[in-house]
Design a protein around this ligand. Structure first.
Ligand SMILES: O=c1ccn([C@@H]2O[C@H](COP(=O)(O)OP(=O)(O)O[C@H]3OC[C@@H](O)[C@H](O)[C@H]3O)[C@@H](O)[C@H]2O)c(=O)[nH]1
Length: 417
């Protein structure tokens, strides 16, 4: 093609005319220029009309691999941590596809992200269940992903003791589907959401990545199994794998757009932050502290509370440092332990509400004390927690609570707080 054009150019070079255009006498070109302008106008109109069409933002747009664009599949992106991760990725110019079955996540979070990033090709939401291997395969066939951040999972310690099969199935089998589909489509970078619950109840604190993993509840056991599956698979597949073991995540997007909105019907299994806010808002009569006879500083469990914005920062740093054949396992925590009683005092200050507290028996599946040694992630990924004041993190979460009285169901400002 190129040679043919050059030959043709040589033949017509005397009058500097090429394909009907006369560069020596531009006036002769009026007809041609008119046609070109018309053609360009029609093309621009077609693109404009196409963009107006609701089907424009479909997988076909995403399957195009633009140079310099990194396309990340975020499973569970409608959930608390997944939505914050999607926001951060989008802000950092990544292209994001969220897959979520909305069993625990919220469509409202997706809508907010879509409003923030409406440009075609930036954010795509696909409603699908990771247990449906056929659907997941279709998603990978229609998209060119560079990496997967796998957040989607059930994640309540108490609930896992009551419904262990649900936890084993959801966490291990869905991870298998994700890995098998990644392998089938040549996607080789995985950032996996694991948990400090995989360590169980270690004797020695703080917890390093070398601390033996002896989980004591089905949630922690299932996450450990999923880690093992990923690690075994990574051995012969030249994958880039980053396993992040989160400690206890709190806080919200500081600008009040995203937050934690657990299902009200799961309140009995809910995390301490949600329970404190529910008590502060009068949705429940008071906070129940579950267990006061642990061998800890004040008898209540000790946890390492990590701000969600710091956590998603760790994901981006992990993604940036991922490379074929590299397997990294990192604790993501502050390195500081705080008891449930200390946490509740911080929550009272953050909300300005003197939350009523009742003391109950221990909750099944709980371990007394966990806090991280975050040296490895600091040294290898250059990550440290920036928000180490629980009260300040809880203030961002409380702000979201005030703005979203009914979770993602309503966005009205509640002035009574
Ligand atoms: O209403 C409540 C809720 C929780 N708690 C206590 O608060 C402490 C923290 O419990 P949470 O449920 O908030 O959090 P957990 O430590 O059990 O696990 C959490 O951290 C690790 C993550 O991977 C898990 O997904 C997350 O649930 C426990 O001692 C628990 O018994 C209460 O005293 N009352």
């Amino acid at each position: 093609m190129l040679n043919l054009s050059r030959a043709r150019m040589g033949r017509q070079n005397r009058s500097m005319s090429f394909e009907g255009l006369d560069f020596a006498d531009p006036k002769k070109n009026n007809n041609y220029m008119g046609k070109i302008v018309l053609a360009m106008t029609l093309t621009a109109m077609c693109i404009f009309l196409l963009k107006q069409s609701p089907t424009f933002n479909t997988p076909s747009v995403f399957s195009r691999h633009e140079p310099g664009v990194i396309h990340v599949l975020v499973t569970g992106g409608a959930g608390y941590i997944g939505s914050h991760a999607a926001l951060r990725l989008l802000k950092d110019s990544y292209h994001v596809t969220i897959v979520d079955n909305l069993s625990r996540g919220n469509l409202g979070a997706i809508k907010i992200l879509q409003q923030m990033f409406p440009e075609p090709g930036r954010l795509q939401f696909i409603y699908a269940d990771l247990g449906d291997a056929k659907a997941v395969n279709k998603i990978f066939s229609e998209n060119a992903f560079d990496a997967v951040m796998h957040f989607a999972a059930v994640a309540y310690v108490g609930e896992s003791t009551q419904f262990p099969l649900k936890y084993y199935h959801n966490i291990t089998s869905n991870t298998l589907v994700v890995l098998e589909t990644m392998a089938a489509h040549g996607v080789k970078t995985l950032i996996y959401s694991s948990t400090c619950a995989t360590y169980g109840e270690p004797e020695k604190m703080p917890i390093t990545e070398e601390t033996p993993q002896v989980p004591i509840n089905p949630y922690g056991k299932a996450k450990k199994m999923a880690e093992d599956i990923i690690l075994d698979f990574s051995k012969n597949s030249n994958m880039a794998v980053m396993i992040l073991r989160y400690f206890n995540v709190i806080g919200s997007d500081p600008e009040g757009r995203l937050g934690e909105a657990p299902r009200p019907e799961l309140r009995e299994h809910g995390r301490i932050s949600g329970a404190c806010f529910d008590a502060a808002r009068g949705i429940i009569p008071g906070l129940q502290i579950k267990g006061t006879d642990y061998k800890t500083v004040d008898g209540t469990c000790v946890r390492d509370y990590i701000d969600v914005t710091d956590l998603v920062d760790a994901h981006v740093k992990a993604l940036e440092k991922a490379k074929p054949g590299r397997v990294g396992i990192f604790n993501v925590g502050t390195g500081k332990g705080s008891s449930v009683k200390v946490f509740v005092e911080a929550c009272k200050k953050a909300t300005g509400v003197d939350i009523k507290v009742d003391y109950l028996e221990r909750r099944a599946g709980d371990y007394a004390e966990v806090y991280s040694d975050p040296s490895k992630i600091r040294e290898e990924l250059n990550w440290t927690a920036k928000h180490t004041n629980i009260q300040e993190s809880l203030k961002t979460a409380w702000r979201w609570q005030k703005l979203h009285r009914n979770g993602y169901g309503s966005s009205s400002l509640v002035s009574a707080y």
